[in-house]
Design a protein around this ligand. Structure first.
Ligand SMILES: Nc1ncnc2c1ncn2[C@@H]1O[C@H](COP(=O)(O)OP(=O)(O)OP(=O)(O)O)[C@@H](O)[C@H]1O
Ligand SMILES: [Mg+2]
Length: 374
């Protein structure tokens, strides 16, 4: 991968970012369009002349193909504008989060030698622990964000998030790791590396004997070896988790709340927003995605004229759409009232799946126009 050249600043884009890149984290309930919105926001950044990179999580297959992330590893990939288009003045990069790869990369980075890294990476206990940790994805998404930010290669980073069971899963990921490293059992297990196995604290010996009974001596050997190998790395991990936590709370990091205009997803989204507020954070943008179109109602006269004619089924359809759209409006009003300071965007239900760059450009256009508040 080559270093991206510096594109010219474009007036009004704010593309120069002293003090690090701008970061936008897209959060929201499952299936509402977080991945789509993240990619569209990055594309919007590229159109505004910025060096933008999006970290996507499990994008739909066709979107991954369009972004070229489908078969690429853990490294950002430069996305070319669609053939025949006038392109964009900035750059669009995309990377698909590979949680295990990100974790392995961290071990490589903080190991004091190649041999240490290799011993850890091939240790079955590491593979289990990392699979369990990286299985949550949130921690590795924060890690990836931090890695991209630290590289200084982008001035806009957009982070997609896994479907949120809880907004704080994402926010808390670095702190979870810090807590694990500070955990008493973890520290006891680290003890052999410092004082020699024979001098193990009684508590640790009991713990290891119990593990040996349940899981077999080999597991104990692997566990002790893992913690022995881990020696010297935990400080690096802890410092990094702390900086990642600071990055999430920094003024350069914005949160975009994505939802659809349905009561259940709005409720979940508002719950997530309340969770963010507990962290002293707020969503600065709200994207209400997949809204049905609004049509002017037929006049009573037109309705009477058309009611018994061949267009009657269409009139009935229109009535149904009006009902749906009225319910959706209620949800928009609710979101708008709950987040009065956020910029509100309405993205319509497109007739096609958002799987090509052209469709992403269409979504990006809707993210240009702020929804008027009633
Ligand atoms: N405005 C839209 N119009 C039509 N289809 C859309 C729109 N936005 C998203 N989609 C489609 O909806 C599906 C889900 O979108 P997406 O993957 O972005 O949601 P998500 O919130 O990331 O889901 P998950 O929580 O599972 O990660 C995709 O197939 C996408 O193409
Ligand atoms: Mg997604």
């Amino acid at each position: 991968m080559t270093m991206p050249p510096q594109p010219a600043d474009t007036e009004g884009t704010g593309s120069s970012s002293p003090g690090g890149p701008d970061v936008v984290v897209c959060v929201g309930p499952g299936g509402v369009g977080k991945t789509t919105t993240s990619a569209a926001l990055a594309l919007q950044g590229a159109k505004r002349g910025r060096r933008a990179c999006v970290v996507t999580i499990d994008p739909a297959r066709r979107l991954a193909d369009a972004l070229g992330t489908g078969h690429l590893g853990n490294e950002p990939h430069l996305v070319n504008p669609p053939a025949g288009s006038s392109g964009w003045p900035g750059e669009l990069w995309a990377v698909m989060l590979d949680a295990q790869g990100t974790f392995d990369h961290l071990v490589d980075r903080y190991a004091t030698s190649g041999a240490q890294a290799e011993a850890i990476l091939s240790n079955p206990v590491y593979r289990n622990i990392s699979a369990a940790l990286s299985g949550t994805q949130e921690y590795m998404a924060v890690e990836k964000l931090y890695e991209l930010e630290e590289s200084g290669r982008w001035d806009l980073i957009i982070v997609d998030t896994p479907p949120a069971r809880h907004a704080l899963d994402f926010m808390e990921a670095p702190r979870h790791l810090m807590r694990l490293l500070d955990n008493r059992v973890f520290r006891l297990l680290m003890a052999p590396t410092k004082v020699g196995l024979r001098a193990l604290e009684v508590g640790t010996q009991v713990l290891l004997r119990t593990v040996a009974k349940v899981a077999g001596g080999e597991v104990v050997a692997d566990t002790v070896e893992f913690f022995t190998e881990f020696e010297g790395m935990e400080d690096g991990f802890r410092a990094r988790a702390k900086r990642a936590d600071e990055l999430l709370h920094s003024r350069k990091t914005e949160f975009a709340l994505v939802c659809s205009p349905r009561r259940d997803t709005v409720e979940e989204a508002l719950y997530l927003s309340a969770q963010l507020a507990k962290e002293g954070l707020e969503a600065t943008r709200v994207v209400v995605n997949r809204c049905y179109p609004r049509y002017a109602p037929l006049s009573a006269g037109a309705q009477n004229r058309l009611a018994d004619g061949p267009l009657a089924p269409l009139v009935a359809n229109l009535e149904q759409l009006e009902l749906v759209s009225a319910k959706e409006e209620e949800q928009l009003v609710r979101v708008s009232a709950a987040l009065p300071k956020a910029v509100l965007y309405r993205v319509p239900f497109l007739a096609r799946e958002v799987a090509e760059l052209e469709a992403l450009e269409e979504v990006a256009c809707y993210l240009e126009t702020e929804e008027a508040r009633e």
